[in-house]
Design a protein around this ligand. Structure first.
Ligand SMILES: Cc1ncc(COP(=O)(O)O)c(C=O)c1O
Length: 386
């Protein structure tokens, strides 16, 4: 390695390389300051309306309500689709806890479905077999939540068909997949309702925030109603339903509008990271990348690999700790929900694929602001492992 590069690497070693940090630009700052100066400092205002309509223009799939989080959006989707206490809701086991937590907020019972190895998303064949069996037993779930994991859409054609056949509501948890597409249609446009997240680690962020989408304007109207404490149309404060304080702040919506303008660039950068990782690690024994399904275009929000410890010479956890010692953040693939202590009483359909992905999987630094120097540090870090 040339001395200059070494010196550069040493100089930057103090700076942590994060898994997926926020990536802001001048537009976001400008819009935020304008919102501040306008004194629309409330969970209502022109940026909230504009963020919703700009997202709808971008996705071309109907209507949207900007909310304070993706978790809140999942909660409202379940409520609006009529999920009630005691109902079953089936969801991917391999997901972030928010998907499953929201099911419990309405008193419903989560049932976890395994992934398929070819996309890491909910296995449509397993889902079909199990829904048919549940129909025979007369115990169908009220809803299914399909998750678009790590920036790759679930296989919506078979999932939608089977849910329709049994009149089961479908929610698309696209929190990790804004910018991805499935058979030419954008993530966020599937199911009866779809959810986005703008949490700080997402491909675009409002620090915290989410959005609920649907082709049905009435559902989105209801979402706005429930998200603002379910206030009846009266001059005084009158309430006939339990409501929530889930609306997005006008300040954060301003940031979201600026971020949406650079979404294509952010997606391109994440895809470039993934291509770079494949180039650098592709020939290294024992490493496999999360498969790219042939039905769509993932964003590679996170670049994920699995590690065969024997062929690689160490486990994914050992590599994670090694990178951590170099101030480089990586993370295990989601721990499946059926292995979580809090959901240990819940049913799981299959589960071995998700378990294997958790055991061997690792998410690598994937931010859209990764520099060449960061990449060199990551490459050297992996090269010096073992
Ligand atoms: C799959 C999935 N669903 C839901 C959420 C929840 O979104 P939020 O953090 O905006 O509540 C997240 C991420 O945070 C997620 O990764």
């Amino acid at each position: 390695m040339p001395c200059g590069t070494f010196a550069l690497n040493m100089a930057h070693r103090d700076q942590k390389i994060f898994l997926s940090p926020p990536h802001m630009g001048a537009d976001e700052r400008q819009l935020l300051l304008e919102a501040f100066d306008s004194n629309w400092i409330a969970p209502i205002g022109p940026n909230v309306d504009a963020f919703e309509s700009e997202m709808c223009d971008r996705l071309q799939c109907g209507h949207a309500a900007a909310l304070s989080s993706g978790t809140g959006a999942l909660h409202l989707a379940l409520l609006i689709l009529g999920v009630e206490s005691g109902d079953e809701v089936w969801c991917s086991s391999l997901t972030f806890a928010a998907t499953a937590n929201a099911i419990t907020y309405v008193g419903a019972v989560p049932v976890f479905v395994d992934s398929n190895a070819s996309s890491w998303n909910i296995d449509p064949e397993l889902l079909e077999v199990e829904l048919r069996a549940a129909a025979k037993r007369g115990k169908l779930p009220k809803a299914v939540i399909a998750v678009d994991l790590y920036g790759q859409c679930a296989d919506y054609d078979p999932i939608t068909r089977i849910c329709r056949e049994f009149d089961v509501r479908l929610i698309s948890d696209a929190a990790e997949a804004l910018g991805a597409s499935y058979r030419g249609k954008p993530a966020g446009c599937f199911g009866d309702m779809a959810v986005l997240s703008f949490n700080g680690n997402k491909i675009i962020t409002t620090s915290g925030g989410g959005m609920l989408l649907s082709s049905d304007p009435e559902k989105i109207q209801k979402a706005r109603f429930f998200a603002t404490q379910a206030r009846d149309p009266a001059p005084h404060y009158q309430h006939s339903h339990i409501g929530y304080n889930y609306r997005m702040s006008n300040l954060l919506a301003a940031v979201g509008r600026g971020q949406l303008r650079v979404l294509d660039a952010r997606v391109a950068a994440r895809r470039a990271n993934n291509a770079w990782y494949r180039e650098v690690l592709g020939s290294r024994p024992g490493i496999e990348f999360m498969p790219q399904a042939d039905y769509g275009h993932p964003t590679f929000w996170l670049t994920c690999i699995t590690i065969d410890p024997e062929a690689f010479g160490g486990t994914s956890e050992e590599l994670r700790l090694h990178l951590e010692s170099l101030n480089i953040e990586s993370r295990p693939v989601w721990k499946p929900m059926h292995l979580q202590p809090v959901f240990s009483q819940c049913r799981v359909l299959g589960g071995e694929v998700a378990e294997r992905l958790f055991e061997f999987g690792l998410c690598l630094p994937s931010g859209s602001s990764l520099t060449d120097a960061d990449r060199e540090r990551i490459r050297d870090g992996i090269a010096t492992f073992g």
